[in-house]
Design a protein around this ligand. Sequence first.
Ligand code: TYM
Length: 376
Amino acid sequence: MSASARRSSGPGLIQSRPLDGTALPARHSAPRSPKRSSPMAQTNTRVFSGIQPSGVPTLGNYLGAIRNWVPLQDTHEAIYCVVDLHAITVWQDPKELARQTREMAAALIACGLDPARCTLFIQSHVHAHARLAWIFNCVARLGWLNRMTQFKDKAGKDREAASSGLYVYPNLMAADILTYHATKVPVGDDQKQHLELANDIAQKFNHDYGVTFFPLIEPLIQGIAARVMSLRDGTKKMSKSDPSDQSRINLTDDQDAIALKIRRAKTDPEPLPESEAGLEGRPEARNLVGILAAITGETHAGVLRHHGGKGFGAFKEVLAEALVAHLGPIRAEMNRLLQDPAALDAALRQGAERADAIATPICDEAERLVGFLPRK
Ligand code: TYM
């Protein structure tokens, strides 16, 4: 055992074994938490991701993230979280937050997450997230946070009025992942900068305390829909918090709403090009072509082979039909799940218990490394 590994050893056997199969530089070879029996896939790497219940899940969330989470349940130990602590970094009406949290959990299950094959829970139910985030508030440097583009976007012009939670949001995100020693994080393109910061935090913690405790994490940014754009402006990300509902497809939208939003989606006057090069400088056209490609499993070029030369009127009909066929069953399943909130809450409580069993010993060990006296 190396000197640094020895320094990090303590109760709970959290720190002494290397993560198998994770390509980390020796200095950062990650420890692994104790084996436990679970109905989930026993694999080498742990996956973690989260989604904010700050609105209804959108087509962007689905194509850029949720859809990619589903197959990882069978190949990895997958942990997924509805991040209500993150949501309150901007004002949330309490009743709406509670409703949206449940609705988000139902959406995730309806999209294919199976609480028996993954660990699905609500962030505030596992206290390790907030505890480790405080330590990371003291590890991350102000200069690092000042570079976060998402804070600048979300805080807008009146930065003085933004909550301090919004500013330290990336530290909580790092804690979410690292309190599980997760190493793979499937996200959309917009989260990349936050994950780079999480790695900076992990490395600085390891360096400052002379340990190899936190592993390096790898963003998994997959597919051609890693950044789905607004239907009103092809240069802006589709977002659940955009004031205009017309800018997005919600997973709760019915067939008429989807058709109307697609019909009204901003486009340009030219017909669709025959090849991908023709999408250059046409962000709205690229976005709509990309959405159809993601839904049908084609590439941009494949979609254009079928639809190149068509006007947007005809193309939008095809797109709306494909979206209705794909999203209709998800919406129906979501509604079914929401009719039994007690069953949903019970599944989430069980998920929280499993998550807690992994997260708490890792967080306890981080606190011990920092020098906090143990509670028991
Ligand atoms: P959130 O709630 O904004 O989004 C959830 C996931 O959806 C992806 N996404 C998109 N992908 C493609 N196109 C879009 N228009 C689009 N909009 C959103 C996001 O990239 C994300 O993967 N900070 C995170 C939540 C979080 C988290 C974490 C994620 C908290 N802790 C730890 C990973 C690991 C967020 O606000 O996601």
